[in-house]
Design a protein around this ligand. Structure first.
Ligand code: PEP
Length: 256
């Protein structure tokens, strides 16, 4: 089946709610509506921006979607500082990143917690963008495919095949995030193909065919074309380049 390309912009801890409104307005202005038939586009701002973006998207009937960068595995309760799936669903979030390498590194998130977050997102109708990826030493030792495979299956543990269809997988080699070092299209495709293969083995070919697998790591307008030309790469999770309206919309248009 033909999977619709998907570009998601991970803003990380950047932009206050006023800056967020300005950026979304610029993206909406620069990317004509006709493109949305060919590419799904989402922005993933900090929590504090989401309500403003919801108001703008709803008010102007924008085709752009949005989401969050994390969620609690719990629905509510004494979890100071956390934000839950029901809260994000109420804000109209379509997506949430789970297991980003910065959360694994700085917040010590392990595969078990990542799996709980995947299930929390799905429970509330939010599509998790499940990030997997190896550090440089793992790649240099040749263990990258096994490492990503293991992270993927651990996070999906306990899900039914029907649920897995709603998961977006993002292969993000840690050494390529924010470094300007992009994996070659061949290297990225090797892992994305292996991840799709693992999904096929575990959940069947139909599921594997539907799941969108993204590449992330220093993606820009200058390298998106060769990445998206690969059979198993359906789009990109974009960090730095998603903060500049011109660059991000150019990238989205090239993926369409
Ligand atoms: C990311 O944060 O997921 C990412 C891929 O960042 P960058 O595009 O800046 O490497």
């Amino acid at each position: 089946m033909a999977r619709k390309p998907f570009i998601a912009g991970n803003w990380k801890m950047n932009l206050n709610h006023l800056e967020a409104i300005a950026l979304v307005q610029k993206i909406a202005f620069s990317l004509p509506e006709k493109y949305y038939a060919k590419v799904d586009v989402a922005v993933l701002p900090p929590f504090t921006d989401i309500r403003s973006i919801q108001t703008l998207v709803d008010g102007d009937k924008l085709l752009l979607t949005y989401g969050a960068q994390d969620l609690s595995p719990h629905d509510s309760g004494a979890y100071t500082g956390d934000v839950s799936g029901p809260m994000l669903a109420k804000l109209g979030c379509s997506y949430v990143t789970v297991g980003h390498s910065e959360r694994r590194e700085y917040h010590h998130e392990d595969d078990e917690l990542v799996g709980k977050k995947v299930r929390a997102a799905l429970k509330h109708g939010i599509k998790p963008i499940l990030c997997v990826g190896e550090k440089l030493e793992v790649r240099e030792a040749g263990g990258h495919v096994d490492h990503c495979h293991q992270q993927l299956l651990a996070a999906l543990k306990g899900l039914k095949a029907e649920q897995v269809k709603d998961v977006v997988v993002a292969y993000e080699p840690v050494w390529a995030i924010g470094t300007g070092k992009v994996a070659t299209a061949t290297d990225a495709e090797e892992v994305c193909q292996a991840l799709r293969g693992a999904l096929a083995d575990k959940y069947g070919a139909e599921v594997a065919d539907e799941v969108r697998v993204l590449y992330g790591g220093s993606v820009k307008s200058g390298n998106i074309a060769e990445l998206i030309a690969c059979d198993n790469i359906d789009g990109a999770l974009v960090g730095g380049a998603s903060l500049q309206a011109d660059e991000f919309t150019k990238l989205c248009a090239l993926a369409a």
